[in-house]
Structure formats: structure tokens, C-alpha cells
Ligand binder design. Structure first.
Ligand SMILES: Nc1ncnc2c1ncn2[C@@H]1O[C@H](COP(=O)(O)OP(=O)(O)OP(=O)(O)O)[C@@H](O)[C@H]1O
Length: 300
């Protein structure tokens, strides 16, 4: 099951906020929709959901316009939308009923999810009586209760402590394993790297990078070299012609950028010739965080 967005253009008044956004999210994979504040992620998501009229482009599900062939969609918006005075159970069953579930089916699914996320004791509590993180879990359940085929999660980890983040991470992996089509929007690059095979990075409504994350990393080359030694490596590295200002050091580890893998191997030979014993020699791919900073120029 594939979602395909083709050349989306959106204008507000005189301002174009999407300049031809295209993406393809396939079943059993997560797609990372990234970008700084105001880049156009929410506008893209709202266009996919049919909550927004766009000026040009197409949104297709399984090769057909999504308006004509609408999958079951689970959406976790960035801004939360629970009613504080209502009970958890009432709200969840209400949302599930809106998605066409029977009352009995909704209650059964709700109990399963409450238990899965470890908040079964709050079933009959009002939302306002729950902590922020537990309210977040209820909202996540409301997006997943009706077993959606297309799942769009905007900052799903917000407000979750490390233990609950792990719990949600395992749920997300399970959903991917069950063949769901998942779009994941987050400023937390670590989570994106954990789940997403494909990504795109937006900047002011334009696509700066798009494609398979491993390919994107590979296309950047293996540029970081990490060395660990009990000896001071700096004088040696400088004597090989490497600029001192490009070498960072912390706790017996030296990190520097190299042009290509071969340069790393040459350095290793030079250090060995100089009788330096290395405790670590690692050529590292760039992180998504580094790619993001280079492409967007800011972290948000
Ligand atoms: N209703 C609106 N009217 C006018 N401009 C809008 C409207 N909604 C969004 N915009 C503009 O569209 C651009 C993209 O906004 P969008 O909310 O899609 O960004 P985003 O990537 O989701 O940002 P964030 O990470 O901060 O949530 C921004 O410049 C924003 O100011």
C-alpha cells in the first residue's frame, strides 16, 4: 500500500509555502518528513489528509486519487486535541465510532491499547487527571484504535520519558512490521534514524534532500574519522599536513573530517609508521543531524 504525493503546490495569499513537494511512502516502512520550523511539514500533512485545498499536485493512494480511494487513516497531530473534562474511555470510544467501529469493537480495541501502553488504570479517569505523557499516550491510542492503514505521526515522542519513549518505539516498529504505511514527522533526528528508511528534508517549502536514508548518507561519503590513543596525536596529524583547527579532541579521542576513506587508511599507515598505538580507528558516516544542519542550516 503506497501513498504518493506528486508536486504539491500551496499558496497562502501571495505567499507560496509549498513549491512542488513529492514523496512516496510504502507499506512496511516509515517515511521521515523533516524540516525546520515553518518548512511546510504540517501543510503537506494537511494536504494528504484532505484538510486543505492545494493549488496544484496530486495525492494518491495505491495509484488512485486519495479522495476516491481513501484508506483508513490514523493521524496524531502536533497540537493535541483531547477534551480535558471527558473520560478517557468516552473519548476513545467516540473517536473509534467516528471511524466506523462498533461500540463493542471500540471498547475491546481500546482496552487492548490501554494495556499495551501501560495506562489501563486510567480508563475511567478524566483526561485532565492524567499527566502530560499519559495524555499523549491516550492521543496516540486515538490515532491507532481503528487499525489504520496509513499512519501519520507528528512528534509522537513529545512529552514521553525515556521508558515510555522505548515503549512507543516498540509500538512503532510493530506497526511497521505489520505492513502499515507510516509517515513520521519529528525534530528528533535520533528517532527518525531509528525508524525511517526514506526521508525528505524541507526548507521553506522546497525539498532539499529526498530518498533512501542510507543512500543519502553514503552519497555524503564517509567523512568523519575518529581516533583514540593514549598518546597525543595532534602533533602527528599536523605534521601530515592536516589543519589543527579542523581537528577536535576530547578525552583521548581525536575527530577530523577526511575527504574519502582512502585518506583515512593513509593516515592509519602514517601513524603506524610513527609507532603510534591506536585504541580506536573508526570511519563514521554522517549522522542525520549533521545532514539536517548542512541542508537546513539550523536546528529547530
Ligand atoms: N493558515 C495559514 N495562513 C497563512 N500562512 C500559513 C498558514 N498555515 C501555515 N502558513 C505558513 O506556511 C508555512 C509552512 O507552515 P507549516 O505549519 O506547514 O510548517 P511546519 O514545517 O509544520 O513547521 P513547524 O515545525 O514549526 O510545525 C509557514 O511559513 C507558515 O507561516
Amino acid at each position: 500500500m503506497t501513498l504518493e504525493v506528486k508536486q504539491l503546490v500551496k499558496t497562502y495569499g501571495e505567499t507560496k509555502v509549498l513549491h512542488g513537494i513529492s514523496l512516496k511512502a510504502a507499506s512496511g516502512k516509515a517515511f521521515g518528513l523533516l524540516g525546520g520550523n515553518g518548512a511546510g511539514k504540517t501543510t503537506t500533512i494537511r494536504s494528504i489528509l484532505g484538510l486543505l485545498d492545494y493549488d496544484a499536485g496530486e495525492v494518491q493512494w495505491e495509484g488512485m486519487p486519495i479522495t476516491a480511494n481513501r484508506p483508513r487513516i490514523g493521524y496524531l497531530p502536533e497540537e493535541r486535541g483531547l477534551y480535558p473534562k471527558e473520560k478517557v474511555s468516552e473519548q476513545l470510544v467516540y473517536f473509534a465510532r467516528l471511524e466506523g467501529m462498533s461500540r463493542a469493537g471500540a471498547i475491546q480495541a481500546m482496552r487492548r491499547w490501554l494495556e499495551r501502553l501501560g495506562i489501563e488504570e486510567y480508563e475511567h479517569k478524566k483526561v485532565e487527571q492524567l499527566s502530560k505523557g499519559n495524555q499523549q499516550k491516550v492521543q496516540i491510542i486515538s490515532a491507532l484504535l481503528h487499525d489504520p492503514e496509513l499512519i501519520i505521526l507528528d512528534e509522537p515522542f513529545s512529552g514521553l520519558d525515556p521508558v515510555n519513549s522505548e515503549l512507543l518505539a516498540s509500538v512503532v516498529k510493530e506497526l511497521i512490521g505489520h505492513g502499515k504505511t507510516l509517515i513520521f514527522s519529528s525534530h528528533q533526528m535520533g528517532h527518525v534514524e531509528q525508524f525511517c528508511e526514506d526521508i525528505c528534508i524541507l526548507k521553506r517549502g522546497r525539498m532539499m534532500v529526498s530518498g533512501n536514508l542510507m543512500d543519502i548518507k553514503r552519497s555524503y561519503g564517509r567523512t568523519n574519522l575518529l581516533l583514540r590513543s593514549e598518546r597525543d596525536l595532534l602533533p602527528h596529524l599536523v605534521s601530515y599536513g592536516l589543519p589543527a583547527e579542523r581537528i577536535s579532541v576530547s578525552a583521548h579521542e581525536w575527530q577530523l573530517e577526511i575527504a574519502h576513506e582512502e585518506q583515512g587508511n593513509q593516515l592509519l599507515q602514517q601513524l603506524t609508521r610513527d609507532g603510534i598505538n591506536l585504541l580506536k580507528f573508526e570511519i563514521k558516516e554522517p549522522t542525520l543531524h549533521e545532514i539536517f544542519i548542512e541542508k537546513v542550516g539550523e536546528v529547530s
